[in-house]
Design a protein around this ligand. Sequence first.
Ligand code: TNX
Length: 509
Amino acid sequence: MAVVAGTLFAAPAAAEQPTSTRMTSIIPAPVSAQPNPRADYEITGRTAIHAPREAKGVADYLVGVLGSSTGHKLRIEAPKHNPKHGINLVLGGLDRKRGPEAYDLDVTKHGVVLRANADRGLFAGVQTLRQLLPTKSDARRHGWRVSGGTITDEPRFGYRGAMLDVARHFFTVDDVKRYIDLISQYKINHLHLHLADDQGWRIEIKSWPRLATYGGSTEVGGGPGGYYTQEDYKALVAYAAERQITVVPEIDMPGHTNAALASYAELNCDGVAPPLYTGTDVGFSSLCIGKEITYTFIDDVLRELSALTPGPYLHIGSDEAHSTPEPDYLKFIERVMPIVAKHGKTVAGWHEFLKATPPTSALPQYWGTTNSNTEVTEAAQRGNKILMSPANKAYMDMKYDPSTPLGLSWAGYIEVADAYGWNPGTHMQGVPESAVIGLEAPLWSETLENIDHIEFMAFPRLPAYAELGWSAWSTHDWESFRQRLARQGPKWTEQGVDFYRSPQIPWPA
Ligand code: TNX
């Protein structure tokens, strides 16, 4: 029903929450938030954004997101000497020790002042600012009132990731952009793309063109698949960078390689290309460890991929190589790691690659379901930083409960309380918080065919992982989290996010 605010015939408003509720409901929880209910600031069509030229990227982004919520296209003006009125993005002035993602946000009756030492901090603060805004339906009644008060914030971990498997099912550039928009709202700063697996090769490699055109031509279930041209991929990387997200590309090897083996017969030990594969088994394929052409192939692929990758990491998978004899596996990983280094990148891999004792710069990603793993503990002791993705806690492709229509359950069911209920800094024996770089929540796509499916599995768990990664452990509180999460629901509804209405969360009616 269209209702004009203030008319005699306006429908009774749902019991209105005080605006300060928004400041105490931020996800991920900030270090501190002091609401001041007398200091709300109203954004109107006349509000200006003041920003230095170095913050133009964040300012443009803010114009975009405020435009799509408020409908006002705000103008960007030069920074003020004494920022107070309007929305002010200010670079510098925070203690350097707080790091590049820290920010301070002050909302008074006159305006908003957001300070950070770097773009990344301003961007994080902008995401907080968005959560201080009402829903569209509240704004129609009460205006675009930013909840007043003061916030100080900085992250617990530097790496807060989400992984998307675009290999089992292919997702378009627009789908991935949408996912980037959704995850960036919760200060996720890495997107790991699983670009190749048995069922599909999804990135154009100019020196081996059949990888994409043939190897990418199908997917699980036999659909048409697809791939990103290098231009598509560059656009994705740039789109992510504008949202302060580093893309981590993964080419899984030596297993999970049927799509490559099907595309080039010479990569097979027997010289015979297998057929394309559209099932969901794992562990049946392997590159040919003893053939020289295998390493020429990898060198070419990683050279082209590193040229498309501004971020530091190339992920070489290395999981579930059940068809590669162990001595071959070790030989292979030892041979591939220097190729990654030669192209100027840092190697990341699933934790199995620790069997080959990579250098301490390498990033192992733990995906096991137990709280102890000797290889991971030893790597942490040697000085490797560990990325935490325990499958029984962090896998967003696990079903919420037995009735979830999508997803798998090999690592168990993961309801929202389970997703939220672990501590990445103490999860593993012998891996102290100082050895943890952060966490990543993978979304494998054997059962996920479209963006609605992605949204249903990621929401509302992704905000739980975001909070585990960003917020100080001292703020960890399930009761508070479930209340705060409930208040995200109406915003997701407005954004068209197809989320799972977990019975654990008191969603507003
Ligand atoms: C295990 S996790 C895999 C993937 C599957 C996933 C399904 C990992 C490194 N390997 O190949 O897609 O389980 O949950």
